[in-house]
Design a protein around this ligand. Sequence first.
Ligand code: C5P
Length: 480
Amino acid sequence: MKNILLGITGGISAYKSANIVSQLKKKGYSVKVIMTKNATKIITPLTFETLSRNKVYVDMWDESKGYEVEHISLAEWADLVLVAPTTYNVIGKIANGIADDMLTTVISATKVPVFFALAMNENMYNNPILSDNVDKLKGYGYRFIEADEGFLACNTNGKGRLKKEEEIIEIIEEYFIKKDYPQVLQGKTVVITAGPTEEPLDPVRFITNLSSGKMGYSLAEACAKLGAQVTLISGPTKLEPPMGLKKFISVRTALQMEKETLKYYENIDIAIACAAVGDYRPKIYYKEKIKKSDSDFSVELIRNPDILYQMGLLKKNQFLMGFAAETENILENATLKLNKKNLDVIVANDASNMGNGNNTVTLVEKNGKITPLKREKKSELAYTILLKLFSKVTMVSLMGILILTGCSSIISNSTGKEKYSDLEKKYSVILKKPRLKSKEIDSLKNKYIKLNSRLERNEENKKLKKEILKKVVILEDLSS
Ligand code: C5P
């Protein structure tokens, strides 16, 4: 898990930082705290020592440790520095290169991202000196968490309240997610159906199936982490909705799931039908509990709508993914469904995996490509499936970046021997390949590393270099 260095400065909202530490610890982060002297007047270091289970740093000249070692090692230990609350004074000091206590010294020595959550009196917040300092620091790559409007400690309403602890933590977590996961679904809207449906017969009885919802929930979480805006429409499950969703809609029956799904379908990029929708429902719903008698009792079942089939009929540009849980002739049946429901891909699996934590699946694509995937935990399989299907888009955009931004000359110059057209041919061949061998990835990477050193020399292209390097990492996801 990640290491978070929390800086606490002398704003009255420093008491809220205790909750930030406690919540970060619950989520599994390691937390170390540095307080300014002023902050210790508002809340004691002991509170943070107890909550973080680590020593709290205040004084640069703490005799028990060599200070030089301490401030550098803290700066290196952290994956991220969060300062909450951040006062006007501390921003002013850092913006002007002053490092006169432990916190400002560590911030000046760290190379990891620093987030400042601002909190102060409204007039200080609106002081142009603050906005000049903030702009200056933003220019150096420091990040800011704006204050909220509301009731302030100085007995007025205005802008200056520390953002809610949960929201600060959400911003930090979003940063880690974006950093750790290739954003191959950036800007895409996705609707996912998950879980079983329940088809009621009377107030206490219903027909359902063994679906746990794990696969659909894992896909929803993975899509969100890969950058998509996700709406998860779920039948009854025992699972907590995953983090980072745009919307979570809870339904019970197939008819409710149909209504919700079709509401969103028209304007989305990707639909993933992972729900085990009940194919039939009782024709009659008894409003009162059915009484038993001595004779037999029959229930007439009628067809539920096939939601995915309808999405296939209505399909314009949406990418449509279905699931086929089969007990026999898995691939043949999956292919039949792929065609019948007008899908782009179907994930075929053995119905015996329903409710399990693991799954073995085969991807069957519209173009006939069949990709068996190794057995994995559903939570990991979700990433494998999505990266197999959507990393290609990034490869194409990588080519796009190189061609559109006039990198051709840089590429041809970068190797000295190979011409751009030759490289383009090579890349196109690779683009068409379903899987890359690790040697091919290495060679692509080497090309980019060379390209990189040329881009380094050109100021204008430094930004472009960053873009390219981001994509180079993604190449690894295509490896077999
Ligand atoms: O036809 P079958 O139920 O096996 O197809 C499975 C796929 O169709 C799954 O993706 C499932 O979510 C979807 N489906 C649906 N509505 C139904 C039945 C299945 O969306 N009524």
